[in-house]
Each structure stands twice: as structure tokens, then as C-alpha cells.
Design a protein around this ligand. Structure first.
Ligand code: 4NP
Length: 152
């Protein structure tokens, strides 16, 4: 199983989602692969945002090895599941997909957390540290359910 996490800049939400998901995958001893990418190219090559790394580190997960990259059409061939953080990301991802059929691999992260009041993972970039904690908590619930859903 290969899963790609996608947001806009690939420095806040999707690297946090990748860190949480790969941590859970390792805990469960699964032989799955993860990666993340952005629909925008403004931060290509950069490490995750310092606030994202700090929020994760304080919860025992190191994401300092991750580097931002731009989403590419071939990701729809390479990955089994591509997970968008918000509806705008999902829309932009579908434009990049090589075919209508492959575009069906793209899903919204919060569809895996139907009981949560929010349907999209809010962009924490222009806010303070609290936004990153909220993103961490939302992603923890959604990633746990995502793994259960795929394994079912
Ligand atoms: P992300 O957050 O999509 O969660 O990585 C953002 C990071 C950077 C920008 C926007 C969102 N930006 O406009 O530079």
C-alpha cells in the first residue's frame, strides 16, 4: 500500500499527516509506504514549518527529514491512495490527474473522521501554534481510521 498526503505548501498539514501515518504504520508493523506533496510549488525543497516540527516533536514524532515537493501527474500511477487536506487541494489534485479513472484515487482526509465537526483540515500557516495542535489532533483521529479502513 502506498499513500500520498497532499496539501497546498507541503510544509504544514501534509508532512504532519505523513509523520503521524508513518508512525502508526510502524507501530502496527505494516509494510506500507508514505510520501507527501503540495499542489503549490512555493516551498519545494524546504523542511516542514518549524511550528509543525515542534508540535510533532513534542508528541514524539520527528518529521525533520521530510522535504517539500510538488504534486505530479505520475503520483496518480505510483500511489494507491492520495489524501487531500481540504476541498481546494482535492479540486487542484483532480486537475493534475492523468485520467478521470485515476482521479478517483484522491480522497479528502476528514472523510475518514465523519464524527469530527470539521470536514477539512484548516490551513495553520497564517495562525499561531494552537492551529498546529488542532491539526495534529484532527489528523491523529483521521489517520487511525484511514488505516482501519484500508485494512478492512
Ligand atoms: P500547508 O500550509 O498547505 O499545510 O503546507 C501552507 C504553507 C504555505 C502556504 C500556504 C499554506 N503559503 O502560502 O506559502
Amino acid at each position: 500500500m502506498k499513500i500520498l498526503l497532499v496539501c497546498l505548501g507541503n510544509i504544514c498539514r501534509s508532512p504532519m499527516a505523513e509523520g503521524i501515518l508513518r508512525h502508526m504504520i510502524a507501530e502496527q508493523g505494516l509494510d506500507w509506504r508514505t510520501d507527501s506533496a503540495g499542489t503549490g510549488d512555493y516551498h519545494v525543497g524546504e523542511q516542514p514549518d518549524k511550528r509543525a516540527m515542534k508540535t510533532m516533536r513534542e508528541r514524539g514524532i520527528d518529521i525533520s527529514d521530510l522535504r517539500a515537493r510538488h504534486l505530479r501527474a505520475s503520483d496518480f500511477e505510483e500511489f494507491d491512495l492520495l489524501v487531500a487536506m481540504d476541498a481546494n487541494n482535492l479540486h487542484n489534485m483532480r486537475q493534475v490527474a492523468p485520467s478521470h479513472e485515476l482521479a478517483k484515487k484522491a480522497r479528502l482526509m476528514m472523510d475518514y473522521a465523519p464524527a469530527h465537526p470539521l470536514r477539512e483540515v484548516p490551513d495553520p500557516y497564517f495562525g499561531g501554534d494552537e492551529g498546529f495542535v488542532e491539526v495534529y489532533e484532527m489528523l491523529t483521529v483521521a489517520c487511525r481510521n484511514l488505516i482501519d479502513d484500508v485494512r478492512r
